[in-house]
Each structure stands twice: as C-alpha cells, then as structure tokens.
Design a protein around this ligand. Structure first.
Ligand SMILES: NC(=O)c1ccc[n+]([C@@H]2O[C@H](COP(=O)([O-])OP(=O)(O)OC[C@H]3O[C@@H](n4cnc5c(N)ncnc54)[C@H](OP(=O)(O)O)[C@@H]3O)[C@@H](O)[C@H]2O)c1
Length: 351
C-alpha cells in the first residue's frame, strides 16, 4: 500500500529526530536517513545498497544479507542488467518478503561490453528494460538509468524512448550513470523544449579518493576532486540527486591498509580498485582521513562516507558490503555529514 507523501515526510522527520544525538536519546535507533526524490512515491534512503557483490552476481540467495540491509533503514538498491544475475537475486528477495512497495529499485541498461564497446539507443533500452523486468519479476522499476553514454545516439532518441517507457508505467523516473553534466544538460534542454520529462538523477563516481583512471572502461565519469569543480557546482546548484558509486573507492577506505603502505594496498585492492583509485595523492587523502579518524575515535571508512554526505551536492552513497557488521557504521555515517572545514582538511592533498 502506498502512503500519501505527507505521511512519509512526518515519518522521516521523526526518524531523523530519533537519531539526533542532541535529542538526549542514549540508544539512538541507528538507521539510514531518508529523503524524497520527486517522482518516487516513497521515502528513499540516503544509502543505496550496491548489488554488484559476488554472491548476487552469481544469483545466489542473499535474503539474510538484504534483510539486514533493510533493517538498517536502507530501502534503495542499485542494480544493473550488466551485474550478472544480481537482478534475479534482488527480485527473489523482494518476492519472498512481499516488500515491493517499501523498496526503491534502481537498475540500468547499456553497460560497456567485454570488448569495451558501449551501445545505448532505443533498441537497447527497450530490450534491456524488458529483460530487467523479467529478471526482477516486477512490473515497474523506480529509477531507471543508462549505465554509460553513447554519444553516437542523439539525445532526442533517448529522451523520446525513456518518456515512452514512463508513460507505459514501466519506470517511475529515469537518469544516467557516467554521463557528463554537459550531456545531461543537453538532454534535459531537449526534454524541456519538447514537453517531456528529463533526467532527474545522476550516478557518477564521487568520493574522497580521486578517480585516477577509468576503472571499468566505457568512459566512466567521476565528479571527485578539484578538477571536477564545475560538475560539482552544477549539481550543487540544480539539486539533482547524485548517487555516488564506489563511495568508499572500492575498498580504498576500508582500513585494511595504512596510508604509508603502498605495497600493502596493492595486495588488498582488486584490479579495478588499483586502476581507479591507487595513487600517491589518494594515499595522502587516506592519511588525512586517518588523522581525523584518530581524532574522533572512529574508522577511515566512517570518515570517507561522512565526507560524501558533507558535500554541497545532494548526495546519496551507493555502498557495497557482504558483511552485515558494516551496516551500523555506514548508516551512522549517513546521519553525521562532515562539516565544510573538515571536508577541506581531507582534501588538502597537494602538499
Ligand atoms: N554505475 C557504475 O558504473 C558503477 C560502478 C561501480 C560500482 N557501482 C555500484 O556501486 C556499488 C559499490 O561499489 P564498489 O563495490 O566498487 O565500492 P564501495 O562500496 O566503495 O566499496 C566496497 C568495499 O568497501 C568495503 N566496506 C564497506 N563498508 C565498510 C566499512 N564500514 N568498513 C570497512 N570496509 C567497508 C567492502 O568490504 P566488505 O565486503 O569486506 O565489507 C567492499 O570491499 C556496486 O555494488 C555497484 O552497485 C556502480
């Protein structure tokens, strides 16, 4: 059953109050905070659970893990046609728990293929959307994203097709992943000029670590670091929800190695994590996070997530783990964004 929006507003405000330490509550109910995304008729948690994890890619039953995720207030799930059998795993859990109206399902089409090629056009969108609905065993998707950009396809074709899917009731809102803000603006200008809905969310990489190389191929887009200030300002001004993927830099901020141990980092991080995030400069950012973590008696993962929420953009963190013991720390971080002076301290990386 869908509750009217006003009820959600009240529910979320109450929840946030309960979590607020100044409320005098000794045992806060540590759950992810929620907010509204226009076009979605339920509250959306500030953390999206990333489903590109080994057991879900293999299509395994992960009901116990997803129950724990949901119990921590995370009701939004980032999936993709390109994530092996993850849609199947996710859809099975939703069916078993009968919670479709409580969860926010995001999935994507048009991922880069093994040859490094990208195709995103009308044919791909219609074909992959149908396949996603079948795999998820659902009749609509809350948030539908294009996984990559294919500049060969004009924005007119993309916007007309996505609006058609929306009118057919198959998707609620749509957006992009790994698109530059300039192409998003171009597509949304077309939509506005033709009385169509535009992209309303975007999912680039964003986090404390700068993305030094494209980790996955197919022209990944990051908005991390000072070199992407223009993109950050664009998002901050228009308030478009930014769903930050690899918000812990794919484990770079897991605390499994220290900032002085470059060789140790190589042993811990997988190929894409090394390619995307391992650099001397990011090791300096890790050192800054270690200093702040020490000061606050917390972990670098906590600090790195709080950095994401301390951004002036309207950020949501996409975060993965196979370990439910991580969840309390991660949802607590979402409730306690860093202050701007702390953000600047962490970014002091050019010395
Ligand atoms: N749109 C795109 O192109 C795109 C690209 C990449 C990823 N994604 C999405 O983003 C999701 C997350 O990406 P990701 O896996 O690359 O990176 P991530 O979430 O930044 O990092 C995941 C790593 O962080 C560790 N971790 C999580 N919480 C922790 C904590 N509190 N303390 C210490 N370590 C912690 C996890 O280890 P444990 O398992 O040991 O906890 C895991 O190794 C994916 O599942 C996918 O949904 C999207």
């Amino acid at each position: 059953m869908n509750l009217p929006l006003m009820s959600f507003r009240k529910l979320n405000a109450d929840k946030l109050r309960r979590n607020a330490p100044e409320n005098g509550n000794d045992t806060p109910d540590i759950r992810a905070p929620h907010t509204e995304i226009p076009g979605i008729d339920k509250p959306v948690s500030r953390i999206f659970f990333g489903t590109a994890i080994a057991p879900m890619l293999a299509g395994k039953n992960v009901n116990a893990l997803l129950d724990a995720v949901m119990a921590h207030g995370i009701n939004a799930f980032d999936c993709a046609r390109g994530y092996g059998f993850a849609e199947k795993s996710l859809g099975r859990w939703v069916r078993d728990r009968g919670n479709r109206e409580q969860v926010v399902i995001l999935t994507k089409c048009g991922n880069v293929n093994r040859k490094g090629e990208v195709a995103v056009n009308r044919k791909v969108i219609l074909k992959e959307l149908a396949a996603s609905l079948r795999a998820l065993n659902m009749d609509y998707i809350d948030i539908y994203l294009l996984h990559r950009d294919d500049p060969k396809t004009p924005v007119s074709e993309i916007m007309e097709t996505l609006n058609e899917c929306k009118r057919a009731g198959k998707i609620r809102i749509f957006g992009v992943s790994n698109w530059t803000h300039e192409r998003i603006a171009e597509a949304n200008a077309y939509a506005a000029a033709h009385g169509l809905d535009g992209f309303s969310v975007s999912s680039p990489n964003f986090g404390l670590a700068r993305q030094v190389n494209d980790p996955w191929g197919g022209e990944c887009v990051t908005v991390s670091g000072p070199e992407n200030a223009a993109a950050q300002n664009w998002y901050a001004e228009n308030r478009m929800p930014v769903l930050c993927y690899s918000s812990l830099a794919r484990g770079f901020f897991s605390g499994k190695f220290r900032s002085f141990d470059y060789e140790g980092a190589k042993k811990v991080l997988d190929g894409p994590a090394q390619k995307g995030y391992l650099s001397e400069e990011n090791m300096r950012r890790l050192r800054n996070a270690e200093v702040l973590a020490e000061k606050y008696g917390t972990t670098v993962a906590d600090i790195a997530l709080r950095y994401v929420f301390g951004s002036e953009m309207n950020t949501f963190a996409i975060m993965s783990t196979t370990n439910p013991a991580r969840l309390p720390e991660n949802v607590a971080a979402a409730n306690h964004p860093l202050e701007q002076d702390e953000v600047r301290l962490l970014e002091k990386d050019d010395e």
